[in-house]
Design a protein around this ligand. Structure first.
Ligand code: F3S
Length: 395
């Protein structure tokens, strides 16, 4: 891989140990994937934040990297969800030892210049690249959104690679950074109108079929941004989709080469209904309804507030979101409506990276196909998959 003189000096340690170690990661990746060189990035989104997934070894690695003090993020960089609500962990019942370690992890990242905006929807709260920007993002639903809906360019980076890219301000130029890899290779004709959890079901079906490919959707109705983030999350969890196109919706659909695609699929109402049903793993009562996968937007919180207003919720309810979106929900009175009904707007974390299996829950109600896919495998709990109004039970 070609390196400029300055990049070579970074590799040689002339800019300090943190930058040298970061360059090691980027150059190794570039060599593996045949990158021609490094490209400047404008944004990073760094996963590998929950104590549940990175443990003590990850914490020590980050503290070591930060201790050197020679390198900090040079561009707009934010964190993925950690395993707790960083401020309200105690009142929400998160285990104390876990919460303390979790805050140490986030502090180490902050020492490396990564913002404590802990969310998988950074595009809702200030980490918003422009069309065609090169970026380095690592959470899979965020990758799908930034590539597809915004039209910026990233590969599905691992956490250490996104952190290294944030510190150096560059990433290897290969894969989805290049025009030729952004063409569609499957056309999906959806023959029915989609609503709510249908979008997750569609993404779940197509992710399995297309794997790491690029699907091109033709829908009967126009989705909103919340539908698009739900769809992308599901595509990226049952498959490893990093980019999709949607006719008349996403910014690069006319460049996707749809006319040349030979693989064509049709998805009917029946397949959507069957998939919705198959994502539920139990007929037991739901203990915790957990919404906000990917992290909820203000409109989604508003919709939940409208559903629960003036009522008392029977099961527990969490809506996971970023601290920034919650601040606006507080001002709008949505949080108070939800809390009065017995629910919580939970910041930072989510149902997959939080230690919910240690918090007394057994059955989780979700409206996200990604959560329905991961809660059984990562938390060992059952799920019920449905729309919000069917999940929440009232006294
Ligand atoms: Fe985000 Fe957690 Fe879902 S990181 S996409 S809310 S599994």
């Amino acid at each position: 891989m070609f390196l400029t003189k300055e990049e070579q000096e970074m590799c040689d340690g002339e800019y300090g140990e943190t930058i040298r170690k970061s360059m090691d990661i980027l150059v190794a990746l570039g060599d593996i994937y045949g990158a021609s060189g490094l490209v400047d990035i404008t944004s990073a989104q760094v996963s590998g934040v929950s104590y549940k997934t990175i443990g003590d070894a990850g914490l020590e690695y980050l503290q070591d990297l930060a201790r050197d003090g020679s390198g900090k993020a040079t561009i707009n960089a934010s964190l993925n969800p950690p395993g707790t609500d960083l401020d309200n962990w105690e009142e929400l019942g998160f285990p104390r030892d876990f919460a303390i370690k979790q805050n140490e992890i986030v502090d180490a990242y902050a020492d490396l210049g990564i913002s404590k905006t802990c969310t998988c929807t950074p595009y809702l709260v200030g980490n918003v690249p422009r069309f065609r920007d090169h970026v380095s993002w690592s959470e899979s639903s965020a990758v799908a959104y930034v590539n597809s809906v915004i039209g910026a360019r990233t590969n599905r980076e691992g956490g250490p690679a996104a952190l290294a890219a944030a510190i150096v301000g560059k990433t290897p130029l290969y894969g989805f950074h290049l025009d030729e890899n952004r063409k569609a290779n499957l056309v999906v004709n959806v023959t029915t109108e989609l609503n709510g959890a249908d979008f997750g079901a569609l993404g779940y079906i197509i992710g399995k079929v297309v794997g790491g490919g690029v699907p091109y959707f033709k829908l009967q109705n126009t989705p909103d941004n919340n539908n698009l983030k739900t769809l992308g999350a599901a595509l990226a969890s049952s498959g490893s989709v990093a980019l999709y196109h949607m006719e008349n919706v996403t910014p690069e659909y006319e460049l996707a080469g749809e006319a040349d695609v030979e693989d064509i699929m049709f998805i009917s109402e029946k397949e959507i209904a069957e998939t919705r049903e198959s994502l539920t793993t139990t007929d037991k009562e739901i203990d915790l309804v957990c919404l906000g996968c990917p992290h909820a937007s203000l409109e989604e919180i508003k919709e939940v507030a409208a559903v629960v207003q003036g009522k008392t919720i029977k099961n527990k309810l969490w809506i996971c979101t970023s601290v920034s979106v919650k601040a606006t929900a507080d001002r709008m009175g949505y949080t108070q409506i939800i809390e009065s009904a017995g629910g919580n707007v939970v910041c930072d974390t989510c149902m997959v990276v939080a230690p919910i299996e240690d918090m007394g829950f057994e059955v989780i109600g979700v409206n996200s196909a990604k959560a329905a896919n991961y809660v059984p495998s990562m938390c060992g709990l059952d799920v019920v998959y449905d729309d919000v109004e069917n999940l929440i039970q009232f006294k």
